[in-house]
Write a protein that binds this ligand. Structure first.
Ligand code: ARG
Length: 460
């Protein structure tokens, strides 16, 4: 381990078992571009502080550029000897600059470095996730536009409840995604604080300029407390909450698609390119994307719990436990990066079976509420209206007929208020058309909602 960053006071190298436990470069190597960006800002600050000559600054910046290109091309790779990304990159500088490569470490610690790198990384990748979220929301919005007035059964407890428009149901999956987008934006504002300059925990005796560094790296401000700066992983936990919440939304959407594509529902047909088959049953067409979206929400929730549990007992400031923040954070990013595009493709290419939806919409006496509301408009207290309608449903169920198929005499026998005109409300179309209040499922209200949602999405 020739390139270790801390060998001076130690008699020998670390035990093999320690090195194997301690090494993080196999996963934190993806922070390299961010670590290099922070190194550039730090080099300039050291030069302004008079600690680097202009020539030294120029050579250091050139070496950082060269190292970055070598990393990107895969020509510079971490070795098993490199404890972490910071160690590996310092080795790269030493290879290029000799002793000068060891000057950049002045005034900084891996503690403020790694906290800075991880903020830069997550802020960057969160923008990509937001773009993928918009694409999924767009796919739902496009499907919704085709079904603003397509009748469908609305469900509670997975039982037929009241007719809805299918566009309304699809848009109901867009609003959670809009909240996820808001959450990421709110999160970013809190994550935009730069720890660099906090050193190990106490700041620096060198004349650094944390405010300038923060600005150069795209942060809104420099950390106001050096101890907090290296201790704080709220930005990781909060990012992981946002990711887990998104995971739950995707899981619920996935579960609905699994139901919708089942033989029993048959509401939706997936495009062949977004469905999978079976190795033994030639007829199978499965919604694996939807199931993986549902299944992978587990690891997103797990990542949040991992980080909160790791943090809860830690004294300030930095503890090595905190190295365990990275794999869950990276896994959450990677998971959303693969789930979101697959879901977006599946949704935008699926075919909605309007005939099946329309036929299912009135099944299960979903128009019973229309009868009760009709009685209410005639002055009958809802309690009585509910009871009379319940008797009507029971009668129909015993005869296996529709609500509208009961004779005038049978209606009157249930309640003197149940006059033949009640049949006017007993169609899915009229039930939907009657729902005009903002946010409700009638075609007119849904068209308004669709416009608002589409506007919001174009702002993202
Ligand atoms: N690999 C470490 C991490 O990810 C970097 C910071 C190490 N700091 C230290 N004092 N050992 O947290």
């Amino acid at each position: 381990g020739g390139a270790r960053l801390w060998g001076g006071r130690f008699a020998g190298g670390p035990a093999e078992a320690l090195a194997r436990l301690s090494v993080s470069v196999q996963f934190d190597w993806r922070l390299a571009p961010y670590d290099l960006a922070a190194s550039r800002a730090h080099a300039r600050v050291l030069a302004r502080a008079g600690l680097f000559t202009n020539d030294e600054l120029g050579r250091t910046l050139a070496a950082l550029d060269d190292l970055e290109a070598a990393c990107a091309a895969g020509l510079f790779r971490p070795t098993v000897e490199d404890e972490d990304v910071h160690t590996a990159l310092e080795r790269g500088l030493l290879e290029r600059l000799g002793a000068l490569g060891g000057k950049l470490r002045a005034g900084r610690s891996r503690n403020d470095q790694v906290a800075t790198d991880l903020r830069l990384y997550l802020r960057d990748r969160a923008r990509g996730i937001a773009a993928r979220l918009v694409e999924l929301a767009d796919a739902l919005v496009e499907q919704a536009e085709r079904h603003l007035d397509t009748p469908a059964p609305g469900m509670t407890h997975l039982q037929h409840a009241q007719p809805v428009t299918f566009g309304h149901q699809l848009l109901a999956h867009v609003h959670p995604l809009l909240r996820d987008l808001d959450r990421l934006r709110d999160w970013d504002a809190r994550a935009a604080v730069c720890p660099l300059g906090s050193g190990a925990l106490a700041g620096s005796s060198l004349p650094l300029d944390p405010v300038r560094v923060a600005r150069e790296l795209g942060f809104a401000s420099a950390a106001p407390n050096s101890i907090d700066a290296v201790s704080d992983r709220d930005f990781v936990a909060e990012f992981l909450f946002a990711a887990a919440m998104t995971g739950v939304h995707l899981s619920r959407l996935g579960e609905e698609v699994v139901l919708w594509t089942s033989q029993e529902f048959g509401w939706v047909e997936l495009d062949d390119s977004f469905a999978t088959g079976s190795s033994i049953m030639p007829q199978k067409k499965n919604a694996d994307i939807a199931e993986l979206a549902r299944g992978k929400s587990g690891r997103l929730i797990g990542a949040l719990v991992t980080v909160l549990t790791m943090l809860k007992g830690l004294p300030l400031a930095y503890d090595r436990d905190m190295q365990e923040d990275k794999e869950p954070a990276f896994d959450a990013v990677d998971t959303l990066d693969v789930v979101l595009p697959a879901l977006a493709g599946m949704i935008s290419t699926m075919t909605v079976r309007v005939d099946r939806l329309a036929a299912a919409a009135p099944v299960g006496y979903t128009l019973a509420t229309e009868v009760a509301d009709w009685l209410v408009r005639r002055g009958v207290p809802f309690r009585e209206a509910h009871d009379a309608t319940g008797q009507l449903v029971a009668l129909c169920a015993s005869r296996d007929c529709r609500l509208s198929e009961v004779s005038d005499d049978d209606l009157r026998a249930i309640s003197p208020h149940l006059e033949p005109e009640v049949r006017e409300v007993l169609s899915v179309r009229s039930a939907l058309a009657a729902r005009t209040t903002p946010g409700s499922t009638g075609p007119k209200a849904v068209a308004d909602q669709w416009g608002d949602v589409a506007d919001k999405l174009t702002d993202w």
